[in-house]
Design a protein. Structure first.
Length: 303
């Protein structure tokens, strides 16, 4: 069974005389027990897509199914089997992590004793030290607050979890620690659909990546395949203005940037190396790298 499927899914907003097409005919199939990332620029339609699958928003037209259930006609059945972590979520209305997780579980129908047992197990699984369990949530770092939220999702034992920018605002060390916790969800057989602006995060975590641009899906594959299928393979990043750069940019297969840093893309490593040597003798601050998932997003959504 598929974790999620959409067929010609549209979401159109009307603001006065203005018509905004947030989603335009999105058709995708997402397999169970995978991590799938949604990538795209701000306003591409990623959060709208998640909100429709999470039964928080009605589609304008088209069909959407989660775990085999119609998100419109069978919304209550969908909600019992999913958990959603919005970008702005914070566990600040409860005094401590243990109380937060426990009482949300009770509100979902679990007995108090089972909720406490499940909460402690989840907090431990998420690597939250016991000394923090009864401490004020306000005193915890941003990284630990996100872990508390993930502990709740873990304790809820749902089949599908939606994460909207799960690591936003975290420092690099906290972010990587969070990645390990997210990967532990998949080991338990939980399907994850997430949005992120961190390309490294998407590449490391994802089995599949869906790229959305202006409401349409423009790419859907493994992160590696998306990058390998780009027509260009290498890039020269120029960090400053330097002599004859404008002429050399004409020789590139693709260029990005109207001011430093400039990125010059090439199909062949030999061409990139040749340009690099030319720029090196002209007081240019440069570096050469293979293309990555960020370049896929830039190239496919530019122009």
């Amino acid at each position: 069974m598929l974790a999620a499927e959409t067929v010609d899914l549209w979401k159109i907003y009307s603001r006065g005389a203005k018509r905004i097409e947030a989603l335009r005919g999105v058709s995708v199939k997402i397999s169970e027990n995978t991590i799938t990332s949604l990538l795209g620029r701000n306003g591409a339609g990623k959060t709208t897509f998640i909100r429709i699958l999470g039964t928080q928003l009605l589609p304008t037209k088209g069909e959407a199914y989660v775990l085999g259930y119609d998100v419109v006609r069978e919304a209550s059945l969908v909600r019992k089997r999913i958990a959603v972590l919005p970008q702005e979520a914070q566990p600040l209305m409860f005094p401590s992590p243990l109380e937060y997780v426990k009482y949300v579980l009770v509100m979902r129908g679990m007995s108090l004793s089972d909720a406490e047992k499940q909460s402690k197990s989840a907090l431990e699984e998420m690597g939250i030290p016991r000394r923090y369990w009864n401490r004020s949530v306000w005193s915890l770092s941003g990284g630990y607050r996100r872990r508390v939220l993930l502990a709740l999702l873990f304790a809820m034992n749902t089949e599908l979890v939606f994460l909207d920018e799960p690591s936003i605002g975290l420092d690099p060390i906290a972010r990587r620690s969070l990645w390990n916790k997210i990967l532990s969800f998949r080991k338990r057989g939980i399907t994850i659909i997430l949005t992120t602006h961190y390309m490294e995060e998407a590449y490391i975590l994802s089995d599949y990546v869906i790229v959305i641009h202006e409401g349409k899906v423009i790419g859907y594959d493994t992160p590696r395949n998306l990058v390998e299928n780009l027509p260009v393979k290498y890039k020269v990043i120029v960090l400053n203005d330097c002599a004859e750069l404008s002429k050399l940019k004409l020789d590139a297969d693709y260029t990005v940037g109207s001011s430093p840093p400039y990125t010059l893309y090439y199909k062949q490593i030999e061409n990139a190396l040749e340009i690099s040597r030319s720029l090196n003798v002209k007081d240019c601050n440069i570096k050469i790298e293979p293309v990555n998932l960020e370049d896929y997003l830039i190239i496919k959504t530019s122009g």
